[in-house]
Design a protein around this ligand. Structure first.
Ligand SMILES: C[S@@+](CC[C@H](N)C(=O)[O-])C[C@H]1O[C@@H](n2cnc3c(N)ncnc32)[C@H](O)[C@@H]1O
Length: 274
């Protein structure tokens, strides 16, 4: 019989999970820890869940970048991205791919009436940092928080190479205190993006999204939550849960806008008690 740590290490032996924060792997494993089954089976079940939450959205082309250890990460990045447009990268993630033709319009609508200078904190960013150029007339300090280390590295090289005011941070959204202090640390207007991310959080920990929103909305000037309205695969299960989250948002915060573009519904809101 393996110890808990040995099982967690075993789960992370798979390349696609090798760079996930321990907290996320542990949260996924907690679903199966007490199940009457073999360690091998628990490893498999946890990996299946992690796949649904994390790697399913990203092309393996991007995730495997990290694994050619023989060359430095900067070289790897340059080889992959050289002469490739932001759109090429944005196409490698299901969420951003669907948004490519609409970014300008989306950002215009969700950032309406804000100061020119803003901080955007993109939670569960995926590779959304590659959409930086669509912020257009805004002066944005962009911070993307993401669990998949490969995506964090990719965004950071991009920001550095293009000399953009952006940074990607490798952190689990279950590290609530760290997320809160990251938000508090920013000076000026703070805008939080949670694009298609609450579903992922719910898959790992039920009811976490409401607790999460209760804690972070008061720290920010505006929050934008989005949900996929078209189903990819088996999303049915989340439909009911989603209504409940939508109701929670409407009951607790002040809705500024609510609209849908190309299979994605955006809720723009702020803290009621402001
Ligand atoms: C459906 S994707 C959306 C990506 C991006 N927000 C977008 O819409 O373009 C969800 C993202 O959240 C990340 N994620 C899920 N759970 C997370 C967690 N607990 N901590 C940090 N990131 C997480 C996943 O790795 C994935 O990149």
């Amino acid at each position: 019989m393996l110890s808990k740590q040995e099982i967690l290490n075993k789960i992370k032996e798979k390349k696609e999970f090798s760079q996930l924060p321990e907290k996320d792997v542990e949260t996924a494993f907690s679903h199966f820890e007490k199940r009457q089954t073999t360690d091998e089976d628990k490893v498999k079940l946890t990996r299946d869940l992690l796949r649904k939450v994390f790697s399913v959205f990203t092309s393996s082309k991007i995730l495997s970048l990290k694994n050619k250890e023989e060359i430095s990460s900067e070289k790897r990045y340059l080889r992959t991205l050289k002469n490739r447009s932001e759109e090429w990268i944005l196409r490698k993630h299901i969420s951003t791919r669907e948004r490519i033709d609409y970014y300008e319009e989306i950002y215009k609508r969700i950032l309406k009436d804000l100061n020119k200078k803003i901080n955007i904190i993109d939670l569960g960013a995926g590779i959304n940092g590659f959409s930086y150029k669509y912020f257009k007339k805004f002066e944005v300090k962009y911070i993307g928080v993401e669990a998949i280390g490969q995506l964090v590295e990719l965004m950071n090289f991009y920001f550095k190479r293009k000399k953009l005011n952006g940074e990607a941070i490798h952190l689990s959204l279950f590290e609530l205190e760290k997320i809160k202090s990251l938000i508090k640390k920013q000076k000026g207007q703070k805008i939080i993006f949670l694009f298609k991310t609450l579903d992922s959080l719910e898959m790992l920990q039920r009811d976490y999204s409401t607790k999460f929103l209760e804690e972070i909305v008061p720290l920010s000037d505006r929050v934008i939550v989005s949900f996929a309205t078209r189903s990819i695969g088996k999303r049915e299960r989340f439909k009911i849960k989603r209504n409940w989250i939508l109701k929670f948002i409407k009951d607790n915060f002040k809705i500024l806008n609510d609209f849908e573009i190309e299979g994605e519904r955006y809720l723009v809101f702020e803290n009621e008690k402001k």
